[in-house]
Design a protein around this ligand. Structure first.
Ligand code: CTP
Length: 419
């Protein structure tokens, strides 16, 4: 069992945040290089999308060197091979899509749904929050058309980083110059802080399979990859929770911002570390596919062919989730999983039994009867049963990516955690 606390750097206030930075054709585009550097300095991962006219102000080479990533400006990546830039992928990648500087022309395109360059296509496909930092001459900024576009975007949830006042490229003085990179980075930081409703909450997540030794080299295990549990930990951490991730043997990196990861092998080890931390937690999610049985008296060396018997004696492992339910205080919230293989009706009955028996607030059921659900996929299809007083409420979700499922589940958990 190994504890691997993540290095926590107080200055990395944007650690783990993905910022998709849009740059448009304004003289302020040169400041975007400083902005990209500032965001990266604070821990963010930055990818850049430019409009064709932005390239006249600052080169993609400067920006790709600063970010360490290719810069995108065209629908086609490579005209000879026909390789295209996936604007949908870019739009899904970011936790935030920030266009800085944003010209009057791009503001208008965003407000009107125009799609005549890659940046505008990314805007239309972005699912993450969108922010713009306008930059233009003062008369353009106060023009009724620009003000209407800003109002429209504001009403649709786009955040506007107001331009600052000062000397403008036209020689005039007034409001219109893009805010300084440090101030924009502060704005981005504040934005993420506000989006942290779980700050101060402690949550333990178990994830992955367990391996129960037969001898020094053989074990009983299962095909869990740990992806679902790691996505849950990532989402909780992104919402500000302090997450302890207890992982069986998996090949996954610790998500950014997860406070502590403890790696274990067996159900017994997972049980011991979970019980140790559980009393101080506000919530627990048992997502691990824990082996229910383990070989009795595993051999400490490798058994040779002649030593292997026809039968392996098994015994029960401790039920971690059951014990968490037994020790659960009135304020703690507990979510368990149930992987079923029977018909939907039978599976629901079994999951409801587990909800009661293990004293849970939620049970997340998935059945292998549903295509795309279970261990080996990047997708999952879940039904969540929630105990509400003496009733059970059921919510059936569509087939989604495990990341999206994690969002749905943490939304449900949060309703109890922050009520
Ligand atoms: N679980 C656990 N410890 C175990 C076995 C299971 O914490 N030793 C947790 C899992 O993490 C999951 C839940 O219990 O959240 C349900 O696991 P599952 O194997 O579906 O249910 P069981 O209670 O073992 O019931 P059964 O095998 O009869 O379906």
């Amino acid at each position: 069992m190994t504890g691997t606390p993540e290095p926590q750097n107080e200055n990395l206030t944007l650690l783990g945040r993905r910022v998709l930075l849009g740059i448009t054709g304004s003289i302020a585009a040169y400041k975007s290089a400083f902005l990209a550097r500032e965001l990266i300095k604070r821990g963010a991962e930055v990818r850049i999308v430019m409009t064709p006219s932005a390239i006249e102000f600052i080169t993609p080479l400067t920006l790709s060197t600063l970010t360490g990533k290719p810069v995108h400006s065209d629908f086609t990546e490579n005209k000879d091979s026909g390789e295209w830039t996936n604007h949908v992928e870019l739009g899904l990648w970011g936790d935030l899509f920030l266009t800085a500087p944003c010209t009057a022309a791009t503001l208008s395109a965003f407000a009107n749904g125009t799609c005549s360059n890659l940046l505008q296509a990314v805007f239309l496909s972005a699912r993450c929050p969108v922010m713009v930092a306008p930059a233009m001459d003062l008369d353009m900024f106060t023009n009724e058309a620009t003000l209407v576009n800003l109002k429209t975007l504001g009403e649709r949830g786009v955040s506007v980083i107001e331009p600052a006042s000062g000397a403008l490229a036209s020689g005039l003085e007034g409001k219109g110059r893009m805010e300084e990179p440090e101030a924009i980075a502060d704005f981005v930081e504040d934005f993420f802080k506000i989006g942290m409703p779980l700050a101060g909450k402690k949550v333990v997540v178990t994830a992955g399979p367990t391996e129960e030794p037969i001898d020094a080299v053989r074990y009983l295990g299962n095909r869990s990859t740990g992806k679902m549990g790691f996505e849950l930990a990532a989402r909780l951490a992104n919402l500000g929770a302090s997450v302890t991730l207890i992982a069986g043997p998996v090949k996954l990196d610790t998500p950014p911002r997860v406070s502590k990861r403890i790696d274990v092998m067996t159900a017994k080890e997972m049980y011991e570390v979970t019980m140790e931390v559980w009393p101080e937690m506000d919530a627990g999610i048992a997502c691990a596919a824990v082996a229910d049985m383990r070989p009795v008296n595993p051999a400490s060396s490798k058994l040779h062919r002649g030593d292997l018997t026809d039968e392996i004696m098994l015994e029960n492992t401790p039920d971690i989730l059951l014990e968490m339910g037994v020790r659960k205080s009135a304020s703690q919230v507990l979510m368990g999983f149930a992987l079923e293989t029977d018909s939907v009706e039978e599976s629901l009955k079994s999951a409801e039994g587990k909800l009661e028996r293990k004293n849970l607030d939620f049970i997340v059921m998935n059945t292998l009867a549903d295509e795309g659900a279970g261990f080996s996929h990047d997708t999952n299809k879940v039904t969540v049963l929630q105990k509400v007083n003496i009733h059970t409420e059921t919510r059936i979700f569509e087939l989604k990516s495990k990341r999206e499922v994690a969002h749905d589940l943490i939304d449900m958990l949060s309703t109890l955690l922050i009520s």
